[in-house]
Write a protein that binds this ligand. Structure first.
Ligand SMILES: [Ca+2]
Ligand SMILES: [Ca+2]
Length: 241
């Protein structure tokens, strides 16, 4: 989590060493007049305190930019997460697609798959972006793997894993919740390709979700901060009388 707020040129050691109460007391003794820099230090202390409160007031926005497919466990209600056996819920080569499901989801079949996310970028700049794919069908061929491409850039590889036996089939039906870093690649339309090394084995995708994170605090946070600063300004005026 990153915060945009910075206390510019503040010498914190100096600020903290000078207690606000002492500054105010001196101000009163001089008929409300402050030494040059004292009021700035009071302001800095206030901003520092508000900065420390920020994580409890509101996080940076995490936005779902686009979701393709539905989160229905490959159309079979498989829980979402790593290590479930797809064949405990459905047979290989099933077509579980419902009305409106994109062709690359909820359907176990072979070969490369491609799709495109289209979305509107937020006004605030994105500090990071991530693609989440819920996937099952990790091949039992030792040399199987799949490269994942986004906007023409290779963003990761889904490795094959060694075969082992279970009541519901081998490792080739295991689920994986995959995440790829797409920071800096988003333009409003992003093509995704899964490029398999061996096209004779199948797999299934539940959904593909594109998310972005902005560093800008929520409007409610900014309102709170603004109200606090206005309150401080009023306090300052009162003191000067
Ligand atoms: Ca579905
Ligand atoms: Ca689905």
């Amino acid at each position: 989590m990153e915060w945009n707020l910075r206390i510019k040129e503040a010498n914190l050691a100096e600020v903290i060493a000078e207690k606000p109460a002492e500054i105010r007391k001196r101000g009163r003794e001089k008929g409300g007049k402050y030494k040059e820099g004292e009021m700035k230090n009071l302001m800095r202390i206030s901003i520092l305190a508000l900065t420390m409160l920020f994580p409890f007031v509101g996080p940076a926005d995490a936005l779902v930019l686009d979701l393709l497919g539905d989160k229905d466990g490959f159309g079979k209600g498989v829980p979402i997460g790593d290590g479930y056996h797809y064949t405990q819920y459905g047979a290989y080569w099933d077509d579980n697609r419902g009305p409106g499901d994109p062709p690359f989801t909820d359907y176990w079949y072979t070969g490369d798959k491609s799709w495109t996310h289209t979305y509107v970028l937020p006004v605030e700049p994105l500090v990071s972006a991530e693609l989440e794919i819920y996937f099952a069908g990790i091949a039992d061929y030792a040399d199987w793997s799949a490269d994942v491409w986004a906007a023409g850039v290779k963003v990761g590889t889904i490795p094959g894993i060694p075969e082992y036996s279970t009541p519901y089939g081998g490792s080739h039906d295991l689920t994986r919740l995959l995440a790829f870093n797409l920071t800096g690649l988003l333009t409003g339309s992003t093509s995704i390709t899964i490029d398999v090394s061996y096209s004779g084995d199948g797999y299934i995708i539940d959904y593909s979700e594109l998310r972005g994170i902005t560093a800008v605090p929520e409007p409610s946070t900014l309102l709170l901060l603004g109200a606090a600063l206005i309150g401080f300004a009023g306090f300052r005026r009162k003191f000067k009388k």
